[in-house]
Design a protein around this ligand. Structure first.
Ligand code: ADP
Ligand code: AMP
Length: 221
């Protein structure tokens, strides 16, 4: 990082199933960064059963984005909090559109910070389908597994919690198609937004988790 401090402030961009969560968790553990995965935060909120949670769940289950105001407020508070600002972060799943990216810049500006790098996960459609259809998650600790590439030690229970693994409701085929469409329409414009700022770095996200992690370490050097 070409900054005086060594706190990395990264954004991971990429279609659903590209491996952002998997690599985000690994990178954050490696460098002691905060992993801010908006999908995980929203899934927690959806499980709370209050009116906001019910609305969030309804949108997520259809593969639509939740309203910007809701997520901007949440992420804005996190990235400007002293603890997160001190450690650095990986934003995984945010921003999802240009207004969110602008809100993020404004929030960071209030604490005199800016992003260091935006990593774009590059992956082909057939591999997205393979990864999403085989994704299983622990309903308790949210650890992500894959039926072939990353199975739990004991089929099909979480290594950490022992809970029975589940498939995310939005990983059903018809919802995945809508999520990919939303990605193309709303998130794709961020490619130009960030390459215009000289922040965009492509990552070949094909291959094993270890291979991708090695490339990721290289990409953010
Ligand atoms: P995203 O956060 O981009 O939606 P995930 O990290 O949840 O993607 O990964 C999607 C699925 O693919 C998960 O089941 C995960 O275990 C699996 N996976 C992640 N990286 C790889 C990889 N390099 N090779 C094969 N499967 C992978
Ligand atoms: P993910 O776990 O990143 O695949 O996100 C799952 C779902 O959460 C998305 O399909 C959206 O419904 C919602 N979501 C996650 N992040 C955002 C965001 N930044 N803006 C709006 N909706 C989001």
């Amino acid at each position: 990082m070409n900054r005086k401090d060594d706190h990395m402030r990264l954004v991971f961009l990429g279609p659903p199933g590209a491996g952002k969560g998997t690599q985000g968790a690994r990178l954050c553990e490696h460098f002691g960064l905060f992993h801010i995965a908006t999908g995980d935060i929203l899934r927690r909120s959806a499980g709370e059963g209050n009116p906001v949670g019910v609305r969030v769940k309804e949108l997520m289950d259809r593969g639509e984005l939740v309203p910007d105001e809701l997520i901007n407020e949440l992420v804005g508070q996190m990235v400007t909090s002293p603890t997160v600002a001190k450690k650095g972060f990986v934003l995984d799943g945010y921003p999802r559109n240009v207004p969110q990216a602008e809100a993020l810049d404004s929030a960071l500006e209030t604490v005199g910070a800016r992003l260091d790098r935006v990593v774009r996960f590059m992956i082909i459609g057939t591999e997205i389908a393979r990864r999403i259809s085989g994704r299983r998650v622990c309903p308790v600790c949210k650890t992500v597994y894959h039926v072939d590439a990353h199975p739990p030690k004991q089929k099909w229970f979480c290594d950490l919690e022992g809970a029975a693994l589940i498939q995310r409701p939005d990983d059903r085929e018809e919802t995945v198609l809508r999520r990919l469409e939303v990605y193309g329409q709303k998130t794709r414009p961020l490619f130009d937004f960030y390459s215009g700022k000289g922040l965009l770095t492509d990552l070949d996200a094909m291959g094993t988790e270890d291979e991708v992690f090695r490339r990721l370490l290289d990409a953010i050097k």
